[in-house]
Ligand binder design. Sequence first.
Ligand code: KIV
Ligand code: ZN
Length: 527
Amino acid sequence: MSITHPSFGTLDDDRIIIFDTTLRDGEQSPGFSMNLNEKIRMAEALTEIGVDVLEAGFAIASPGDFESVKAIAESIGQRDNTPVLASLARAGQMDVLRAAEALRSAKRKRIHIVIATSDLHMKYKLRLSPDEVIAATVESVTLARQHADDVEWSAEDATRSDPDFLCRVIEAAIGAGATTINLPDTVGYALPEDMERMYSNVRNRVPGIEKIVLSTHNHNDLGLGVANTIASIRAGARQVECTINGIGERAGNASLEEIVMAVRTRQDAIPFSNRIVTKQLLQISKLLATITGFDVQPNKAIVGRNAFAHEAGIHQDGVLKHAGTYEIMTPESVGWQKSSLVMGKHSGRAAFRDKLKTLGYSIGDNQLNDAFRRFKDLADRKKVVWDEDIVALVDDEVMRDHQRIRFVSLDLHAGSKSPPRAELELEVDGVVKSATSGGDGPVDATFKAIQQIFPHTANLVLFSVGAVTEGTDAQAKTTVRLEENGKMVDGQGADTDTIVASARAYVHALNKLLVKRVRTEPQALSA
Ligand code: KIV
Ligand code: ZN
């Protein structure tokens, strides 16, 4: 029997709804927080790749969360191609009203209510009896339906909940008007066969279940998030909740790109369809990595650097004769280029613009000019400019929008004979300022010079250096994490000179902190 859903109309039997929670479950994990501009940028990219539901945040969690759900509702939520925008809410009046308020202007919206249903959570966390959980479910879903036609209800810790109670509370949620029922494996404990059992139980026993969308949401504590998602689809789930790069609480959520490509590659066993533009998977993965400062590991399925690299001679030989020998999907189908070269110092502006287009960027003329200048500079210093170098450079350029502080120049004296000294110039609010500083090494001297030019109270909590590509002429990609009053930001910088990349990353992080501060506590940083 087909399901008629308030947001999607009559659903084809083979349709899988892709619910992305990168900006909520993903963003709430330590170190992955994003500022408003970054969230909007991610939300735009998620809209472009075709997610059906975009969980924009947890409106009541903080004023910043509320503002970002609202801003996404007011921007992306007005477009013709907007996904359904969701905000999470606990099963209480205040939460539901806050979610409804943040989503108010969205053309398509969903209030997503969660309450725990396992004995362990009800007894120790909620301190509620099962009957009280049912009452809270009914009250909150009823209230949510007064503000949205599309209401999702989630049974937190469903996989460790008593199956009889789970059926009772789901029946109550459907009776109160829930249009999607989500059964999360909140702690990543379940095995694929547990998922099959849980969905079959619910589908066989809950009256009215055939009229609503069943959803699955799996964490990766045992590395089974995607496997459990696939098992759930095969057992009747028609919505999957997932994140780009699998980010999320603890070990993360099931990854969107892995689920989508598993379904696409194994149509023989999982004959379902979705609307994701798979050719943009790599680009969105890289965008998220740039924004958060966390690259995926090289062997990450689909989007890792080695996902389509063949090292063993025997494999290379096979792939050259017939790609299918060692490739179960084409690299192009997820956004990789077969040839990952070739730009150098002789390439002109048109070639550079064309390259950006192939890499999926469309940037304005001013940004293009700046990026091209930096590309030429890089090409002068580096034998080969790889696609990854260009991506790092352009991402760096785009992220530099709306910045109060800009890196101008750095002159460094270092080595084993004399103490390090950094002579730094920064532009602050349009005025170039300079400082000279010593320190316990060139990086320390540089960071101290930044502190002199722009005094601040933020603490440096992480500094990491990586190479964008290989070789001694590779660009360094640095990440600086700053913390102030419990707020954490990551800045990135890329340059062939590691110390310049470090200065750029520090300045980038400071700018992000200023944006964060302006949003929450206007007076905080001094200049
Ligand atoms: O893991 C979980 O249970 C959740 C819910 C809010 C859906 O993230
Ligand atoms: Zn979760």
